[in-house]
Design a protein around this ligand. Sequence first.
Ligand code: PLP
Length: 278
Amino acid sequence: MVRPPPRRPGPCPAQVVPTIGSKELVALLPFLLGIGEGDTVVFPRTAYPTYEVGARMVDATPFASDDPAEWPEGTRLVWINSPGNPDGRVWSAEELARAVARARELGAVIAGDECYAELGWEAPWDAEPIPSLLDPRVTGGDATGVLAAYSLSKQSNLAGYRAAFLAGDEQLIASIGNARKHFGLMTPTPVQAAMVAALGDDAHVEEQKELYRQRRRVLLPAVQNAGFSVDRSEAGLYLWATEGRDAWDSIGRLAEIGILAGPGPSTVSPAPATCASP
Ligand SMILES: Cc1ncc(COP(=O)(O)O)c(C=O)c1O
């Protein structure tokens, strides 16, 4: 089949700004939003560490919570990570809508970190698209105060390209994009061209997903047969597993048999857990 040549990147639409992978954006967003001392940044209880790093970098108060009713006055930014790293939790459109409503009540920006959105494994997410924070069922058709970060690192295995973008509220995107230019955080043109090509091609995403699926088919029963129970993990790249004992004991046991896993010894976890990635 003859493929059309990849389109050259043109000017970005007003609701999108490319980023240099999404990690720098996650770390810098509180700063780019003018958040500082006395403000609160909310992020998931079981979380990728960079949300907290971003909050601490600007001397804001980090607040780990998945329950919108707990989010305090003074919250200026809420991070939702669905599907979650490392627990694989997916937020339904209704749950996201409640989170957006609460963020709006607080006058906070709410940002979805959605880099695992293509990797749904268990029903209903094996068949239905995983909802984005920018879904009209979530925003009511108004993206004010809502942002979504997306990365090609997982769906296209392009982590080395640093290819990602932030989308949503036009005014926020304009001011974030403007500040990023002053900091020299522009995404190189060849990387933008690679992003355009990758986002226009669903076939390679399916192929990449099939690779992850095959690894998961091996790892999931192996971890369960080794005595771990796996919670959540319905989507994303990780298995959130526990033997019901201290995570560091499990990490030691796995290391002895040559398996490298990530510890989840947080005091807020429901049970000490361990994270294995296929
Ligand atoms: C939840 C989450 N957000 C963001 C990132 C950053 O990805 P990248 O900087 O490669 O786009 C990762 C990478 O593992 C992640 O797990």
